[in-house]
Design a protein around this ligand. Sequence first.
Ligand SMILES: Nc1nc2c(ncn2[C@@H]2O[C@H](COP(=O)(O)OP(=O)(O)OP(=O)(O)O)[C@@H](O)[C@H]2O)c(=O)[nH]1
Length: 303
Amino acid sequence: MTATPEFRAGFVCIVGRPNAGKSTLTNALVGQKVAITSGRPQTTRHTVRGIVHRPDGQLILVDTPGLHRPRTLLGERLNELVIGTLAEVDVIAFCMPADQEVGPGDRFIARQLAEARTPVIAIATKADKVAPERLAQHLLDISELGEWADIVPVSATKDYQLDVLIQVLLGHLPESPPLYPDGELTDEPDAVMVAELVREAALEGVRDELPHSLAVVVEEIVEREKPHRDGRRMLDVRVELYVERDSQKAIVIGAKGARLRDVGTKARRGIEALLGAAVYLDLHVRVAKDWQRDPKYLHRLGF
Ligand SMILES: Nc1nc2c(ncn2[C@@H]2O[C@H](COP(=O)(O)OP(=O)(O)OP(=O)(O)O)[C@@H](O)[C@H]2O)c(=O)[nH]1
């Protein structure tokens, strides 16, 4: 793509309290699945970037782990991560779901954003879930919450106003040639994407039992000298899953290991598609008591 003088490119950070619709919005804007979504809060552990390519610009989206009040050490580390990210971006997208009242969590985030110099676009997410009168009230509540560069209602699932949002966000980016080659959807290192595929497969159907207590670490991705029979490259992928209690380990593994085998099969398909290679996936489940509160584990788990 050749850059014209009006071409804009830059970074957008999507913030909002847990369950505000950040991952779903990121995926809808990028047009391909890049982050974990779920009905449960706080599943996004990593900062995942998606890239929106337009003829007149390029938006690099940073999906954050959710700005929330720190309750555990993990919460504090995540907030540091979020605040560090906010300082580096060109514009912030602040999601507030229309099906919930503006509340203390939103006020907490709004106060933090007010300290950043970065312009903020307030977004009323999940607009499809409410009647027009309720949406109007929500937009009023949002406008009273802070100083916004713009307020945009959207629905990520119904593709409502997503183009408008992209244009508004692009308007806040500096003139710049494209920062990434056309067609590139994410610049996450392979290991992070692999970890997310395993995490998603491992949580399927058991999110209620292990919402915040599963962490996934990719130990190694090694290419074998000998290719697969079908000619594809052959990769050994070794992954550790960390839970906090023995009972959770039993849930992940299932009776006679049946569930873990299913998790492996499902994750392997995704990893093979992602890496374009045949994969031998080796999964281990370990109990790391209170890993959310232990600095040693947090460091090891990449926080
Ligand atoms: N109806 C409707 N539901 C939505 C929309 N956007 C998100 N949701 C749902 O809201 C829930 C939460 O969405 P996520 O995208 O996972 O929210 P998040 O802000 O990334 O959540 P965390 O990872 O916990 O911070 C999911 O069940 C989504 O399907 C929308 O535009 N319309």
